[in-house]
Every structure is written in C-alpha cells, then in structure tokens.
Write a protein that binds this ligand. Structure first.
Ligand SMILES: Nc1nc2c(c(=O)[nH]1)N[C@H]1C(S)=C(S)[C@@H](COP(=O)(O)O)O[C@H]1N2
Ligand SMILES: [Mo]
Length: 325
C-alpha cells in the first residue's frame, strides 16, 4: 500500500496486518492448550455467564469514558466485518467460519505471579460480578473504527480474585488455537496461539473490560466468544478474543503482532494520530457507523488515545509516546 493512503476497503481478502508479514516458524504450542470442549455440546445457546446488564450511564458521568453518544455501528456490521485470523484473514471469514466454535463449557487457566492460581470454569471466573454496558469507540490499526455497546466486567475485578503479587508487573493473555475448530491456525499467518498483554496498571484501569456480550446479547463467536478483552484507548488488536489463559508476569510478555512485525505493531499500541504506521497515516479513520447502508461512513480525525486521553494519559506520564508506540 502506498504510504499516506488509508488501508483497504472490504472485499480484499488479505488485510493490511498480514500483507508484509514475515515468515515465521510455527511453535509447537498447541498441545499445551487445555483440552477442548466435547463437540456435540453445542446446541442450546448458553445464557450469558453473568447477571443481567445494567446501564453504565446511570452511575457514571461522561468523565469516566464509559459511554458515548456517537452513532453506534449496526449489529450486522459489527458481527460480519471482523478480524479473527484463527478463522481466516478476510473480513467476512470469521462470521462464516466461527459459527461452530464450541464456547461452552469454557475454562480459563490463570497462572504466574499470584497467590491463587488455577484453572477455573468461566462461570466461576465471573461469579457474582454484574455485567455492565459500556459504549466504546474501537479503532483498528488498519484505519477503520466502530462504536460498540459491549457487556462485560472490569478486568481488574476479575484479576483481583487471583491475588496478584508485587511481582505481577504485566498480564499476558492467550487465545484458543485449535486447528480442529479454527481453520486459520493451520496456516502460518501468525505464530499461534494469538497472544496479547498489558502492563498491570493498564489491566487494572476501570476502562479495561473483559467482555462477554455486545448489543445486549451474548458475544457471537466471531467477536471472540465467550470471553475477550476490550481496551478502548489502544488499537483493536490488543482486544484478544476467545481467551483461554491469563498469566501474571514480571516482564513484558511477547505478543503475537509485535513478534510478527515489531516495527509496525508495538506492545503499547496506544491510539496515536501523530505516529503513523510505517505504511499508512494514522491521522484519520473511517467510521463504520451512521452511514445508513454504506459500510464506511465518514472519515474522521483520529483522537489521541482514541478519545480517552482524559482517563488514561496519566498512565504514560514521562514516556515518549512516539517511541513507545
Ligand atoms: N484471537 C484473536 N483476537 C483478535 C484478533 C485475532 O485475529 N485473533 N484480531 C484483533 C483485531 S486486529 C481487531 S481490530 C479486533 C476486532 O474485533 P471485532 O471483530 O470484534 O470488531 O479483534 C482483535 N482480537
Ligand atoms: Mo485490528
């Protein structure tokens, strides 16, 4: 892609995040993942594993960043224009191929620097927590964005249950990588499994959400069911889907996109219109919302920290945001 141009429109089969990918050896990590749910258990759609949602607006002002009045992306668009490379690299692939992903039963392995590690069923992980609705902007590093009403719980509230120790400086997340269910992991697009990470203060920030639903419904598979991360001030690739493992670490964990192309996808990946991607500008974005039947509506200016600077800029005081992109 010529520099300065915005990334591809829907219809291209390979997205920008893969175009210049390096060739990397696949690690033999699949065997280390937890055993899969038995096929045949899919049938009735499981209820959301948390209590009924309550509106975040009722107890939060705009100062929290929990809500926005901007036009929301249509449900059909948010669930059919996806990045979930385990199901293929085309935007429409996940909505077709992920339908059969078995999301119940599901458990999450929690390990590392904490007093109470363990592998827990999803229901236990979320027990007693109330799903909140948060309407967030989501800005993909490719240059498009959506506005999505998520349902979820603050990640920090879940992490606290495992009693992280003072050695827990970072949190690492791992997605399911099952070639029997996920055709994309048979191809060396990324060094599977998909991995992401946050600094512990980012993980504990009230905006950081562990998501179980969207638009008042359980999370569809293509959007990362049954459990995914949403960090609204960072590029969308930090929002790891279908999480099976969480680890507290003392050092910054390796992350899948940063491993693949460290000059293009940083660990912090804070949305920053002033720092261009090496192959395109990040100054503006195409908003997928409010455009009637057109997928892409207006091109709008990208905001520092995706519009959440008031809430999160303090986390990065003293850091050179151009260097630590
Ligand atoms: N496991 C996994 N998580 C992932 C991805 C992926 O390919 N695999 N894509 C990321 C990217 S690049 C984006 S923009 C968001 C897209 O989320 P959405 O499809 O729900 O809009 O998911 C992120 N999480
Ligand atoms: Mo993305």
């Amino acid at each position: 892609m010529p520099p300065g141009r915005l990334p591809s429109l829907p219809g291209s089969s390979i997205t920008d995040e893969t175009v210049y990918r390096g060739r990397r050896r696949l690690l033999g990590t699949l065997a280390a993942l937890p055993a899969l749910a038995v096929a045949g258990c899919r049938g009735a759609e499981p209820p959301p594993p948390v209590d009924a949602p309550r509106a975040g607006a009722a107890r939060t002002g705009s100062a929290t960043g929990f809500m926005t009045d901007e036009p929301q992306t249509r449900y059909e668009d948010a669930t059919s224009y996806n990045n979930f490379y385990e199901f293929g690299s085309g935007k429409a692939d996940p909505s077709r191929a992920a339908k059969t992903l078995v999301t119940s039963p599901w458990s999450v392995q929690v390990s590392g620097a904490c007093a109470k590690p363990g592998t827990v069923p999803l229901e236990t992980l979320l027990k007693g927590l109330v799903a909140e609705e948060r309407v967030y902007r989501m800005r993909c590093v490719e240059g498009w964005s959506m506005v999505i009403p998520w349902l979820g719980v603050p990640l920090g509230e879940v992490l606290k249950r495992f009693q992280p120790t003072s050695d827990a400086k970072f949190v690492a997340f791992t997605s399911l990588a099952d070639p029997r269910q996920m055709p994309g992991v048979r191809a060396p697009i990324l060094d599977w499994p998909y991995r992401e990470g946050l600094r512990i203060d980012e993980a504990m920030h009230p905006l950081t959400l562990l998501v179980t639903g969207m638009y008042g419904k359980p999370l569809p598979q293509q959007n990362g069911a049954p459990l995914r991360l949403v960090v609204p001030w960072k590029y969308g690739f930090k929002g790891i889907k279908s999480i099976v493992a969480i680890e507290f670490t003392s050092k910054a964990p390796r992350t899948a996109w940063n491993d693949m192309q460290p000059r293009e996808y940083g660990f912090f990946a804070n949305v920053n219109p002033a720092v261009d991607h090496p192959r395109w500008s990040q100054a503006s974005e195409r908003r997928i919302a409010g455009g009637g039947n057109r997928l892409f509506a207006d091109r709008i200016r990208t905001q520092p920290f995706n519009g959440y600077a008031e809430q999160v800029a303090g986390l990065y005081e003293g850091m050179d945001l151009a260097r630590w992109y």
